[in-house]
Ligand binder design. Sequence first.
Ligand SMILES: [Zn+2]
Length: 502
Amino acid sequence: MTLIETFGFTSRFLKRHVRRLLHYGVLGIFGAGLILTVLTGCAVNPVTGERQFSLISEDQEIQMGKEADEQIVASLGLYPDQDLQRYVSDLGMKLAASSERPNLPWTFRVVDDPVVNAFAIPGGHVYITRGILAHLENEAELAGVMGHEVGHVTAKHSVSQMSKQQLAQLGLGVGMILKPELQQYGQLASAGLGVLFLKFGRDAENQADALGVRYSNRLGYDPHQLISVMTTLDRVTQAAGGRGTPEWLSTHPDPGNRKENIKAQIDTLRPGTVGNKVVRDPYLKQIDNVIFGQNPREGFFKGNMFLQPDLKFRFEFPDGWKTQNQKQSVIGVSANQDAAIQITLAKEKTADAAARAFFSQQGISADGTRSSNVHGFSASAGNFTAQTDQGAMQGTVMFVEYGGNVYQILGYGSQQSWSNYESAARKSIGSFDKLTDPKVLNVQPQRLKIVKIDRAMTLEQFNQRYPSAVSMDILALINEVQPGGLLKAGQEVKQVVGEKFE
Ligand SMILES: [Zn+2]
């Protein structure tokens, strides 16, 4: 978790999130407004020209996109490098201008996320992670990836999927109260964005790839570079081993067949109209010094101990719980996924005021709050029951004043399960303490460094001369060479500098 600049917005977002969680359950952030959506019936698909069933008009699509965009920016955070943001935005705007929907309020942003991912939401908002930027080798690859995401928007894949999903929800209508929070855990970086991150079908992916070829080629880029991206994504999957597939692949299935489809798509282009711009060195210059991997300044785990060097606190989650650090919260979930502990920042100035605000929320009843202290810091704590549409929820909350902030530490579970977790949760909540280890307080993230080599060498020789903080496999992967591959004299090569922190 971090102290994001948009602090006021952060607390408002969290409050709204919790309130919606309590009131709407599984429909969560996005569902409530949609349920009232008027049936707008068929609309013409801008890419195919075919008529398509849709519950959502273009105005609604733009409005939904705007709201979701605020939430994505708040929960993932933008990467704080204005030059890099401008570079990605400029390229994206050119791709969008060449598309069938040039007049949407397009945005193209770099999110501060180490995961290898790119995604788009309805209304024309496209996001590229710093993680995927570090894995790409040239501008043409980036144009292919962003063109693909533009394609999901222009072909209205989310909109038509959302319509189907909403229809299903209208039919089912109910869900478990804890589910949005737990989905947040399960989907990792896609943080509780629920229906936004729908898994696209094979046809949608092939169509988006074809559109990625079309749009990047219209700008003169070599469309074959999208095939190199697929190869890199395959290698990311292999490198991840048991740690699962990267986000982008889990929502964009079938990389194997997709290469064939991309080739076939390129073959349909008229001879002499296939782009050949690659733009390697200027791209690498743009990503020089970009943070690589997890940023430990935002907090990291050692076992179940959470360490936050910027905010200077530590916290121990119960044994065996699964934990996750997000921009605005740190969360732990029990192995059975029926209880959770969440740390966030409260917007009130004191622990008592934050407790009063919490317990005055509609639907929440307190069984007594008390002022206390935890490791010498003023605190206010209490137990609560929350009545929701999907049944009762029970928990305990503590507000702690520390370092000029008020922390809300919330433990909760379903009424049936809470008694099993209460004592472990209390012990965990009481573990909040200041962080004093200077090594942790001074930890710095690893960064990419672009090195121009003066003579030909193997990647192994490069690594001896310019040592990296990552394995040879990862070094080979991010440089798009095979282990043992030869680097040319004068070539720019990626090095990862910095210390290991975990
Ligand atoms: Zn896709």
